[in-house]
Design a protein around this ligand. Structure first.
Ligand SMILES: *Cc1c(COP(=O)(O)O)cnc(C)c1O
Length: 377
């Protein structure tokens, strides 16, 4: 599914040198290596401020806390994402309000959000938190318009979308504030946990800096209740190295996605969708989006049987995500039930992520598609 050792084989000397420089300077927490990564990251994304922290989950919390999302307020987000998209809202003390997804992109549906805003749960909504799932931006024309019309804050969960863009503008600079993750399986990855908040607002950036260090602006003077969520020097150094390659890696992912498309089409397996019949519904790059294919996710009706078939042949695959967030035990208190988000529930039964990472070989892709063709025949 993902072989990180292939990337390490190419980068190992460069990474060891970078880690050596951290040891030479003994700058282990924030410090010059993190600051240099922050500057390079901001420049690459075209945003004014980029601030390192200890994980994508903390980046989401920092974004919410910096935007002063407080108890009594609500945030609209998607039930079809990683847990942190919703749990971070609860950690900020606010209430998550969910809206269903678009069956083609699997991203939060602007139409569903609009309906929720007009309903009883919409009253205390202060922000919208779309996730750029699988590496494709949520429909930002619609969300920008919704935000403007309703006076809402827009927060991007860009954890899976380093380098993705909407109409030429990169994820991380679309909303008021954004959160990235550098968890080792993400397309831009650290050697451990790390995350980042980006924003064009000097005021929000200043609040993030304060909140990631126990609410301190001046040493040992605590203006607000913050937390300890800082990026390590080692992670800053590793990420600085990888930042130079990420554009080429994203291009490689785009090539791999195009090849999967062609292989499925050649075998006559591709169906129009959005729902699968006998074959495979392929993922789509929609107009306006630059997809970076963090994941290549197909839809099939006998998903679990197919996954078992692939596993038996030593072919990796993964389900992102098998249980929608409104049906998670930990989130029962939100008061949702089965049937509330039919698109998310259906997607959870039908999606299957296939191996995609820059070093994946053509013959490996042929093996994957060949096995799926065999299963479906
Ligand atoms: C990975 C991920 C996160 C959390 O990031 P961590 O670095 O693992 O804390 C949040 N949201 C989404 C959509 C993710 O994929």
């Amino acid at each position: 599914m993902l072989d990180l050792k292939r990337q390490y084989r190419v980068l190992h000397q460069e990474l060891l040198d970078a880690l050596g420089r951290v040891l030479e300077t003994q700058e282990f927490i924030l410090g010059e290596h993190v600051a240099a990564f922050e500057r390079a990251a901001a420049e690459q994304l075209g945003v004014a401020h980029a601030l390192g922290c200890s994980s994508g989950t903390d980046a989401l919390w920092l974004a919410l806390a910096a935007a002063e999302i407080v108890p009594g307020q609500a945030v609209v987000t998607t039930p079809f994402s990683f847990f942190a998209s919703v749990s971070s809202v609860l950690r900020a003390g606010a209430t998550p309000v969910l809206a269903d997804i678009d069956p083609v992109t699997f991203n939060l549906s602007p139409r569903a959000v609009d309906a929720v805003l007009n309903g009883s749960r919409g009253t205390y909504v202060r922000a919208i938190l779309p996730v750029h799932l699988y590496g494709q931006c949520a429909d930002w024309d619609c969300f920008a318009e919704l935000g403007r019309k309703r006076g809402l804050i827009l927060i991007e969960d860009a954890a899976q979308a380093w380098g993705a863009a909407w109409k030429g503008k990169k994820a991380g600079g679309l909303g008021d504030v954004a959160a990235f993750s550098f968890y080792p399986t993400k397309n831009l990855s650290a050697a451990g946990d790390a995350g980042m908040v980006t924003t064009n607002s000097a005021e929000l950036a200043e609040r993030v800096k304060m909140l990631r260090q126990h609410g301190m602006r001046r040493r040992y003077h605590h203006d607000e209740l913050g937390w300890n969520t800082r990026m390590d020097g080692f992670q800053g150094a590793v990420l600085q190295v990888k930042l130079k390659y990420i554009e080429a890696w994203n291009e490689a992912r785009r090539t791999l996605a195009a090849r999967y498309h062609a292989l499925f089409a050649k075998d006559g397996l591709a169906e129009a969708g959005p729902y699968p019949q006998q074959g495979v519904v392929l993922p789509r790059e929609v107009e306006g989006a630059r997809h970076i294919w963090h994941q290549y996710v197909i839809r099939v009706s006998r998903r679990d049987a197919l996954r078992e078939f692939l596993t038996a042949r030593g072919i990796g695959s993964e389900i992102y995500y098998p249980v929608p967030l409104h049906l998670q035990e930990a989130l029962k208190g939100l008061g949702y039930k089965e049937g509330d988000f039919p698109e998310a529930e259906r997607a959870a039964r039908e999606v299957l992520a296939l191996p995609i990472f820059p070093e994946l070989r053509e013959d490996e892709q042929e093996t994957v598609v060949g096995a799926i063709a065999e299963f479906l025949s």
